[in-house]
Ligand binder design. Sequence first.
Ligand code: HEM
Length: 518
Amino acid sequence: MTSLAFVLYSLLIAVFLYCLLNLRTLLFNRHPRPLPPGPTPWPVIGNLPHLGTMPHHSIATMARTYGPLMHLRLGLVDVVVAASASVAAQFLKTHDANFSSRPPNSGAKHIAYNYQDLVFAPYGPRWRMLRKICSVHLFSTKALDDFRHVRQEEIAILTRALESAGQAAAVNLGQLLNVCTTNALGRVMLGHRVFGDGSGSGDPKADEFKEMVVELMVLAGVFNIGDFVPALEWLDPQGVASKMKKLHARFDSFLNKILEEHKVNYSSSGAQKHTDLLSTLISLKDDADGEGGKLTDIEIKALLLDLFTAGTDTSSSTVEWAIAELIRLSKILAQAKQELDSIVGPDRRVTESDLAQLTFLQAIIKETFRLHPSTPLSLPRMASDSCEINGYFIPKGSTLLVNVWAIARDPDAWAEPLEFRPERFLPGGEKPNADVRGNDFEVIPFGAGRRICAGMSLGLRMVQLLTATLVHAFDWDLADGQSTEKLNMDEAYGLTLQRAAPLMVHPWPRLAPHVYRA
Ligand code: HEM
């Protein structure tokens, strides 16, 4: 054999061995570490059929078999699920920077102006700019304090509406709460209410708006096959994309109207300048040269859409769950009333300055967030790079789902987790110091890390003040003489956790009459 032939022969053998080794690695050990355990996927659609109609329930059940760090294959997409506090902390604290973008999805594309918004903006300069604008103008302590009177006034209007409405017929509490949260946000963001006089009674526009927000949350919560099997996207087998496009058109016309009206007022009156978020956004359109560039009309509409959808039903449905729990549990309700009566008394409504003293009420709110988190699977995140967590390989591009709902019901972390027991958050209870602001991973209704809820401080203030006011100002009966034990506490699945049946109640005023007129 000539030396050239020998070299070629050796090279061939080396290449063959290299390919053989690679093939072996590809077939049997693609990654230096294994993927987290999980149920065997079906061909093409993977584990999509395993999700069922209540994915946060099904995923929690699967985690009992496969562990708190689980791998699912949804179509062609790797999905990792965190179902315990310690695993959630690994993703949202230790590896948070790597999980600070959101995965591609049809909701962002068809509803949120093709990712031009804040919620779905890729982690980077534009996201930072949008978030900063919101923090400064809406959510900083100064902004929240400046607009405290707005929240209190809108809650006063709700109280008045409940006082006069409840005696004649039962009221849909969630609906009225939604009008209140939307108008309070509208006054801060746009400088005026979104719906009429704020009382919400029989306002078809308010009904339609809530129905649109709920539809958005339901659609955004669907695991859309097209998101996971791109080859099937054009087929839109569940009809999700087509419903999203129709809904987008309705939101867009709502937002166009707001923008046009505001531009007219803004240009005709210099006095309007910078008194509300939208004026600021419009002024940024002309002179912003922040890191992410100028704001376009589309970006402004996308941001308004985010805030109106993420910031209304989340708060109002949390209050609806809280009141439903209290109506069922009369002893806890009585204890909450006692606290309010001793601190606030019968001659005035609760104000935000009272909240710090209402320790039992605060515990009720934490317990409500624990059992009824507004977004049970939080909002999805995506691995920007491959990484290793708890000895498992997490591939680049994986979607992360944090089962906030299951974590807060984990029997290893909570005593009798299905019981509504506010005292667990009080001194002497099992978690006296736990807070819900993303530091204690056993209860993270607002998520955690860089992409924690942008409106958390506002959401918390609104939920606390609304719940405190409703408990203090009214006694509650269920509609049609329904017994409290029979109150339906079922959930309806969506990106946000709605009640399956709306809470229909009669509110009976319990404070001095002048309180309701003030
Ligand atoms: C009960 C009240 C609320 C709850 C439970 C809640 C919950 C959440 C959760 C779980 C996330 C995802 C966090 C993550 O990825 O880790 C989120 C994101 C967000 N929330 Fe809230 N939210 C509430 C109220 C609000 C309010 C009042 C607003 C604004 C007016 C708001 C605006 C947003 C925005 C803009 C994001 C996206 C943040 C980003 O991607 O950087 N939320 N919220």
